[in-house]
Design a protein around this ligand. Structure first.
Ligand SMILES: N[C@@H](CCC(=O)N[C@@H](CS)C(=O)NCC(=O)O)C(=O)O
Length: 212
């Protein structure tokens, strides 16, 4: 059985959304990163980087949420059998998310909600980059329902996870109506609703997975 090691985090949410969307069976194993479970010898054997999410399946161990998304989509035969052009688009979005959106939104979160010593310059700098990222995404969604034309895919899942935190980060979507529409459509999907509810609930430490 596929094992999914995760916690209530942006990157773990992506994996749960994809598992529920594809219907792949799995066991959920909570790794409480607030208590330091990610540093245990057992977990470091799976991911020496000491970060969630991780999956283990059929003798394969994968870290990095977007690499996991690609693995799961391929395993489930979901979305990757479309044209080469669409596969290129999905890859471009996954790399963009991991190298730009994720790190910059992460910095906004750090300087707005975590840093013990406030730094207005750092917050303004990263907020400005995050706003540019929002404008870019909004433009890309102007004439298409999802990031890869009209097909809901792992590209949408990857980008959605941080967009879903915009309120909490103080990033407005008022000037980004296409993102607002896209995000609303993704949130309305049963798999997304279940995944968000599951991680919003402390039962993740007792329940194995969302109830059917
Ligand atoms: N690029 C990685 C980022 C993973 C990551 O940063 N995970 C964080 C939670 S979102 C973590 O496990 N942090 C624990 C730590 O750094 O000690 C991915 O996409 O999976």
């Amino acid at each position: 059985m596929l094992k999914f090691y995760g916690y209530n985090t942006i990157n773990s949410l992506k994996i749960l959304m994809c598992l529920l969307e594809t219907g792949l069976d799995y066991d959920f194993i909570p790794i409480n990163i607030r208590k330091g479970d990610q540093h245990s010898t057992d977990f470091r054997t799976l991911n020496p980087a000491g970060k969630v999410p991780v999956i283990s399946d059929e003798g394969r161990i994968l870290a990095e949420s977007n690499a996991i998304l690609l693995y799961l989509a391929k395993k489930a035969g979901w979305g990757l059998t479309t044209s080469a052009e669409n596969i290129d688009k999905i890859n471009i979005w996954l790399f963009y998310q991991a190298s730009s959106q994720g790190p910059y939104f992460g910095q906004v979160e750090y300087w707005s909600a975590i840093a013990k010593t406030p730094n207005a310059d750092a917050l303004a700098h990263y907020t400005s980059i995050a706003k540019n990222s929002i404008a870019y995404l909004n433009k890309e969604l102007e004439n298409q329902k999802y990031l890869c034309a009209d097909i809901y895919s792992i590209a949408d899942i990857a980008l959605f996870s941080w967009i879903n935190e915009c309120d909490h980060l103080g990033l407005s979507l008022e000037d980004a109506p296409n993102i607002a529409r896209w995000s609303k459509a993704i949130k309305a999907r049963p798999a997304t609703t279940k995944a968000i509810e599951f991680f919003g609930d402390k039962s993740i430490f007792t329940a194995k997975k969302p109830t059917e």
